[in-house]
Design a protein around this ligand. Structure first.
Ligand code: HEC
Length: 82
């Protein structure tokens, strides 16, 4: 096989690889939190993100949501019994 044929074969294989649709990676909840929430709530959710000191109200400490809600995590389906 001539070298030019080898190059063409490689180019065809590379092009074929581009044709296979690659699934979009789905971000994890941790990644979503880092992208959308950590700037205010902090990397660990304590309310100490980079923007926290610029806000009128301090971002909530998300590690204490259940403790501040009668021990029940305040999901929409977890209404506390008082
Ligand atoms: C621009 C800053 C900012 C960003 C970004 C942000 N928050 Fe907040 N968040 C706040 C502030 C400030 C409060 C407190 C509001 C208050 O006390 O009235 C708050 C409150 C909350 C509360 C309520 C806690 C409670 O005590 O009931 C939850 C839950 C929350 N944020 C979740 C999130 C999530 C999840 C994201 C990302 C998807 C996010 N926040 C992004 C600033 C932010």
């Amino acid at each position: 096989m001539q070298p030019s044929h080898v190059l063409i074969a490689i180019a065809c294989l590379a092009l074929a690889a581009c044709m296979v649709p690659m699934p979009e990676p789905v971000p994890t909840g941790t990644e979503d939190f880092a992208t959308y929430c950590a700037v205010c709530h902090g990397d660990c959710g304590k309310g100490d993100g980079a923007l926290a000191s610029t806000l009128d109200r301090r971002p909530a400490d998300q590690t204490r949501l259940a403790a501040r809600n009668y021990g029940v995590f305040p999901a929409s389906n977890a209404i506390p019994k008082i």
